[in-house]
Design a protein around this ligand. Structure first.
Ligand code: ATP
Ligand code: MG
Length: 395
C-alpha cells in the first residue's frame, strides 16, 4: 500500500474524513509509484468547489479559495497545504479555446492531463486508478502523451517543453517516436507561448537530470532555437561546464549554453537574473594562480556569487574537467572576508582642501591605491595615505 509509509498520512486521513471520494492525482502519484520524493500533495474530487469549501469548513479544516475559477481550493492541515481541485473536462467551443466544466467522471479528468504517467490517481484505500497505462509506462521508462501527441500539442504548446522535462526524468534512452515527430513538425507553436511560461519550463529542464541529452534532442527538433537565439547556442561549452562538476544551477547552465546578450530580455527574466547573465558574459579573470591580493581585489569590485560563476565558466572554457586546483581557488575565494574600503567622503572633507565633486575624485584615488595594495591597508593607513597625497598635491 503506497499510503502506509507516508508521513503526511494523518493530514490526508483528516481530509478524507470530509471528502471520502477525493484522490491524490498527478505528480505525487507518479513519484510515490517510483519511490521518488514527493513535494506537493495535489488532490482531485468530484464535488464542486463551493461544496468542497463547505465540507472542509464543517470539520474545522482551514480552507483558502486559491483558484476558484479553475476549481481549486487549498486546505491547510498542520501548516501543510493540500490543493484540492474539482474534476474537470474540456469542452470545445470555437475550436480554439477550450471551456472547462466540472465533471464527476474521473476518466474525463485524466484525459485532460498531459502524459500517461501524470494521469493516474490514488484513492484513500491506496488503490491506484490508471486510465491510460501510466503504471506500465513508468516502469518501462516511457513518457507518452495521453491521446494523440499532435492534438495535445495543438491544445497547449507548453506540453512540448513539459515533454522534454519529464522525459529527462522518467524516460528511457530513446524518446517516444510519436511525441518526437509531433514536436518536430509543430515546433513553431512555441512562438505563441508567453515568455514567462517558456522560461519556467526551460529553467526546470536546465536544472534537471540528463541536461546534455535533453539539450541535444531539443536542438535536433528545433525547439531550442525557437526559444533561444540559435547562433549563440553552445552545447559543447555546456558539456565542458558539466564536466567540471559545477552545481546544477539553471541560470549558470543557461548563461554557458547561450551567450546572446538579449536572453534575459527574451525570456523576461528578473532584473537580478539579467544582471547575473550579463556578468557571465564578461571574461573571467580568476585562475588558480591568482594571489590572495587578486582575490580581495576581485571581491572589492564584484559580488562573490558572480565571481564564482566566472570561475566555473573559466574552468569550463580553459580546462573542461574537474580539477582540485580550481576547487581550491573557489574555497579560497569563499573563505576571504568581503573587503570594505575603510574611508568615506566625510574623511576627505575632514582632511580639508577639497569640496564638492572633488571629494569623490580624491576618494577614488585613495581607493585605487588601497586596491593596488590588495585591499589590505586599514583605516589608519588609508588616512595617512590620504593626507600625504593631499600634502604632496598628487590628488
Ligand atoms: P512536479 O513534481 O515536477 O511538480 P507535476 O506532475 O506535479 O510534476 P505540475 O506542473 O505541478 O507537474 O502539474 C501537476 C499535474 O497537472 C500534472 O501531473 C498533469 O497531470 C497536470 N498538468 C499540468 N500542466 C499540464 C498541461 N500543460 N497539460 C496537461 N496537463 C497538465
Ligand atoms: Mg507539481
Amino acid at each position: 500500500n503506497l499510503l502506509a509509509a507516508l508521513p503526511e498520512r494523518r493530514g490526508l486521513d483528516h481530509l478524507w474524513r470530509s471528502l471520502p471520494d477525493a484522490r491524490l492525482v498527478g505528480g505525487c502519484v507518479r513519484d510515490l509509484l517510483c519511490g521518488a520524493p514527493v513535494h506537493d500533495y495535489d488532490l482531485a474530487t468530484p464535488e464542486a468547489p463551493e461544496q468542497v469549501m463547505a465540507l472542509l469548513d464543517a470539520t474545522g479544516i482551514k480552507v483558502v479559495p486559491t483558484g476558484l475559477a479553475h476549481g481549486t481550493v487549498t486546505a491547510v492541515i498542520a501548516g501543510r497545504p493540500y490543493e484540492i481541485t474539482t474534476l474537470r473536462r474540456d469542452e470545445e467551443t470555437d475550436g480554439r479555446h477550450a471551456v472547462v466544466r466540472w465533471t464527476r467522471d474521473w476518466a474525463e479528468d485524466a484525459a485532460r492531463r498531459d502524459f500517461t504517467i501524470n494521469a493516474m490517481s490514488l484513492d484513500r484505500n491506496g488503490q491506484v486508478h490508471d486510465y491510460f497505462g501510466g503504471v506500465d509506462d513508468l516502469a518501462a521508462r516511457r513518457v507518452r502523451f495521453v491521446g494523440e501527441a499532435s492534438r495535445r500539442i495543438a491544445e497547449d504548446a507548453l506540453r512540448i517543453l513539459r515533454f522534454f522535462r519529464f522525459d529527462a526524468r522518467y524516460g528511457g534512452t530513446v524518446p517516444d517516436g510519436e511525441a518526437l515527430a509531433a514536436i518536430t513538425s509543430d515546433v513553431s507553436r512555441l512562438d505563441a507561448l508567453s515568455a514567462e511560461r517558456v522560461a519556467g519550463e526551460l529553467l526546470r529542464i536546465l536544472e534537471g537530470p540528463r541536461v546534455l541529452d535533453v539539450v541535444a534532442r531539443m536542438m535536433e527538433c528545433g525547439a531550442l532555437s525557437r526559444i533561444l537565439a540559435a547562433p549563440h547556442l553552445a552545447p559543447r561549452r555546456l558539456e565542458r561546464l558539466m564536466a567540471t562538476g559545477a552545481p546544477p544551477d539553471a541560470i549558470l547552465r543557461l548563461g554557458v549554453l547561450c551567450d546572446a546578450p538579449d536572453t534575459g530580455e527574451r525570456l523576461k527574466l528578473s532584473n537580478g537574473v539579467r544582471a547575473r547573465l550579463d556578468a557571465m558574459r564578461q571574461p573571467g579573470f580568476l585562475t588558480p594562480d591568482a594571489s590572495d591580493d587578486d582575490l580581495r581585489r576581485a571581491l572589492a569590485t564584484t559580488r562573490l556569487d558572480w565571481l564564482m560563476d566566472g570561475v566555473w565558466i573559466a574552468q569550463a572554457d580553459r580546462l573542461g574537467r574537474a580539477d582540485p586546483a580550481w576547487d581550491a581557488l573557489r574555497a579560497r575565494l569563499a573563505a576571504i572576508p568581503h573587503p570594505v574600503f575603510p574611508l568615506s567622503g566625510r574623511d576627505v572633507l575632514e582632511a580639508g582642501g577639497v569640496a564638492g565633486p572633488g571629494v569623490g575624485a580624491v576618494l577614488r584615488v585613495v581607493e585605487a591605491w588601497w586596491m593596488s595594495e590588495g585591499c589590505r591597508p586599514g583605516r589608519v593607513a588609508c588616512l595617512i595615505h590620504l593626507e600625504n597625497a593631499m600634502a604632496a598635491r598628487t590628488v
